[in-house]
Design a protein around this ligand. Sequence first.
Ligand code: GUN
Length: 294
Amino acid sequence: MQLIDGKKIANELKQEIALEVQQMRAEGKKVPHLATILVGHDGGSETYVAGKLKDCAECGFKSTLIRYENDVTEAELLAQVHALNEDDDVDGFIVQLPLPAHISESNIIEAIDYRKDVDGFHPINVGRMAIGLPCYISATPNGILELFRRYNIETSGKKCVVLGRSNIVGKPMAILMMQKTYPGDATVTVCHSHSHNLVQECQAADIIISAIGQPHFITANMVKEGAVVIDVGTTRVPATDTKSGYKLLGDVKFDEVAPKCAYITPVPGGVGLMTRVALMKNTLLAGKKAIYKD
Ligand code: GUN
């Protein structure tokens, strides 16, 4: 069994990005600038955004945080999105999700200029991803592809089961794993809360990518010998033995599943850190106008 070390790979990638930014600075070019809109004070969102700001600093990016209280109107938020679309200094920006229930997430996402949509959530980026055109790929699937690359994990012709069908993880992951490229070229099955034969599908899988958010859902009996198991789950549960007062649990019952695996990601220290660095990669691409020229 080989543990996939997301922390190590994410740090390597961050160093690679920081070097490139140093070079841009040395050449007198503008450094990439990421703006983040954060609404309210949700604990998970606060943690994610703090992590993104720290990553930006480590990569040498400029970053801006724009905060609103929960009572912000959709019109106010749309006006801010339009202002960022027009701001030539901002290369890319994200609106941290979830948003309060009175705001339509899809209205906000569709208002973002797709050329600055470093989250890869805009329908134009999702559509281009689906047909294999250059685009911003959403961070979690992108981070997982990078892990396959860095560990030289074979995916062609493999049976890959994706658990979960969210727009952010499950759906794009399934599409990317079926593309005729590496990583990809797999036979993909998507299972979700209404799948009848989820256990049997997992048992037959060479690769399981689990993004259902149910702690310890994947048990040893569901995993075949030699499988690759990627755990996207990060459920926050209260804990008395951590400084923050909570800990993150994955979807996989790691202790019993790991001995059966060829490769497995831990939680924490696996996919989560790769997700963070994948956003930095997209921001670098945005700063270089590498995907959309103007
Ligand atoms: N909420 C949870 N994950 C994400 C993400 O990757 N981007 C944004 N904008 N919001 C999120």
